[in-house]
Design a protein around this ligand. Structure first.
Ligand SMILES: CSCCC(=O)C(=O)COP(=O)(O)O
Ligand SMILES: [Mg+2]
Length: 232
């Protein structure tokens, strides 16, 4: 008998949310606020811990310059992602930021959750950043729908071991988890760990299909392909 899908694990950038929102709104916001944020909060334990980690990785290089280099490279380095989350928090709380979601996403997430499917997130953005985006989203606070949030602390998104660790963290066999992402190498790693996979090929994001995984243009397309409940 076929193993049922009991959990949807979703990426954010290029999957639930526009690549442009991350690259043209979130990243420039963090870059513009970096110095003022560090000047104001550098002594706080959470920020001091991040800066110590940056210093440890960067060695002789000035930590602020290192952060700027990582930002320019879109490096998925855990201390940078943690710091970006801390900087975005103020923007979400005072209304300067609102988490973008494609219009098809929230209705499907709600329908899947109502039908008893578990929902989880795996993004390079920190868990705090994930909760902020879904908590202050254009479709309202969606955080109660999710029972798992995973970031690069579990491992890199192109590493098979990360997906095995996530399945273990969810107390599920990997085969019951369907991973949604726009990035082929992430899907390859998830499939190697035994997860089901679907590539989101959103025309508005200009995503190219890789041809190695089932493809959908949006979340209703995912529902059709995998026999999941439809929204509405
Ligand atoms: C939590 S939103 C910010 C996403 C982010 O920082 C990023 O680097 C994109 O990562 P993803 O794994 O969602 O593609
Ligand atoms: Mg992505």
């Amino acid at each position: 008998m076929a193993v049922p899908t009991t959990c949807i694990l979703t990426d954010i950038e290029g999957t639930t949310s526009a690549i442009a929102f991350v690259k043209e709104t979130l990243f420039p916001f963090a870059e513009a606020e970096l110095d003022a944020f560090l000047d104001a909060h550098e002594e706080e334990p959470a920020v001091a811990a991040v800066m110590a980690e940056v210093g440890h990785i960067a060695r002789e290089q000035d930590p602020r310059s290192t952060l700027r280099i990582w930002m320019a490279e879109d490096a998925k380095v855990t201390p940078l992602k943690t710091l970006q989350g801390l900087i975005w928090r103020a923007g979400y709380l005072d209304g300067r930021l609102k988490g973008h979601l494609w219009p098809d996403v929230a209705p499907c997430l709600r329908a899947w959750s109502r039908a008893g499917l578990r929902l989880a997130v795996y993004s390079s953005g920190s868990v705090e950043a994930q909760k902020l985006l879904f908590g202050h989203s254009v479709a309202g606070d969606l955080t109660p729908l999710f029972d798992g949030f995973f970031d690069t602390k579990v491992g890199g998104k192109r590493d098979q071991a990360s997906y095995a660790a996530i399945a273990a963290g969810l107390h599920l066999p990997a085969g019951e988890v369907l991973f949604l992402s726009d990035v082929a190498e992430e899907l390859d790693a998830a499939a190697a760990a035994g997860m089901r996979t679907c590539q989101l090929v959103r025309p508005a994001d200009g995503t190219q299909p890789c041809g190695r995984h089932p493809e959908a243009a949006d979340f209703p397309g995912v529902a059709r392909l995998f026999g999941l409940p439809a929204a509405g």
